[in-house]
Design a protein around this ligand. Structure first.
Ligand SMILES: [Zn+2]
Length: 324
């Protein structure tokens, strides 16, 4: 009898243990993936105007679009927490220089526990916004001239050139979305436009003191690995969606591009999926007008909201990884 009781007791204990551990398992199940906090980063600002157009600056246009983007999102997703890196025409965090401002952007995004980081910028190319005059040869007239060759006088044919100033329109236009290229040798990312070279208009900043992650440093390497494993695919997914939306609106998409230079330093400094959207060329007369216009900004915002919605839905249905 005693033995039977003992067996029952042990058995009950086991059931209790199993059910407890099962319940516990449920309790530690990770919450469903979604975007709870979105960080919207209007590029440049204040003492850093960014690229200049004929009548506007990148800082102004980026801010206008960033604020409109946030406003539309607030309406559709009342539960979404939106964190802006700036809401007026000042450098982010009121910092002294661009590098400090970029560090502030990343720190703010990380401290806010952001699930997604979207930076908004304008592109720029060429020598001057709108266009420029270039000296070109328009004519070549031959004439005879006498020269001394080894002490002897000989007649040779020389040419007189005529020149003219020709107007060169600044034609580069279209949208681009940048993602952090974690590691050039990562097989997973080699498929993304690796051979495509942009016109050289990228936001390279020779005065920047920001240091890109050094893969030979084990700590940095670990951080890059986390970015590669957890955020790269999601960033790429959102970037794809954004560019697709732009194309559907009739814009020219120059594609999703992966880079690892200081111009997009902030993307790797944020511990979350992150993209940098170049909404158009401020250096192109027509596109500058478009990105400044009510219609243009509304369309850009709509495209980005559509992409955000699709990204969020995919994330919630956990198909983000399987989608590619
Ligand atoms: Zn910029």
């Amino acid at each position: 009898m005693k033995r039977t009781l003992l067996i029952i007791a042990v058995f009950s204990f086991c059931i209790l243990l199993v059910s407890f551990s099962h319940r516990n398992n449920n309790a530690v199940h990770p919450p469903r993936a979604t975007v709870r906090t979105l960080v919207i980063d209007a590029g440049h600002g204040g003492i850093d105007p960014g690229a200049k157009g004929l009548f506007s600056t990148e800082a102004e246009v980026s801010l206008a679009v960033a604020l409109k983007f946030g406003k539309v999102l607030e309406k559709e997703f009342p539960d979404l927490k939106i964190v802006y890196t700036r809401t007026e025409d000042v450098i982010a965090g009121n910092k002294r220089n661009k590098d400090d401002a970029n560090r502030y952007r990343a720190d703010l995004a990380n401290a806010s526990g952001g699930d997604l980081f979207i930076a908004i910028h304008c592109n720029s190319a060429g020598r001057r916004p709108g266009g420029w005059y270039e000296k070109v040869v328009t004519g070549k007239t031959p004439y005879k001239k006498t020269v001394k060759k080894k002490g002897k006088k000989t007649t040779v044919t020389a040419y007189r050139y005529t020149y003219a100033n020709v107007w060169r329109e600044n034609t580069a236009h279209g949208t681009e979305t940048y993602i952090w290229a974690v590691n050039k040798n990562d097989i997973k990312i080699n498929s993304v436009n690796k051979n495509e070279e942009s016109y050289g208009e990228m936001e390279t900043d020779s005065t920047s003191t920001l240091v890109l992650p050094d893969p030979s440093d084990p700590v940095e390497k670990a951080r890059m690995l986390i970015y590669a494993q957890q955020y790269f695919r999601k960033s790429l997914n959102l970037a794809d969606l954004i560019e697709k939306e732009f194309v559907e609106t009739g814009r020219v998409s120059r594609g999703v591009k992966q880079r690892n230079h200081t111009g997009i330093w902030v993307l790797q400094a944020t511990g979350m999926p992150s993209v940098l959207v170049e909404i158009g060329f401020i250096s192109n007369k027509e596109e500058e007008e478009y990105i400044n216009s009510e219609r243009g900004q509304t369309e850009i915002v709509e495209d980005m909201v559509n992409a955000f919605r699709a990204y969020k839905q995919k994330l919630e249905s956990k198909t983000v990884e399987a989608a590619r």
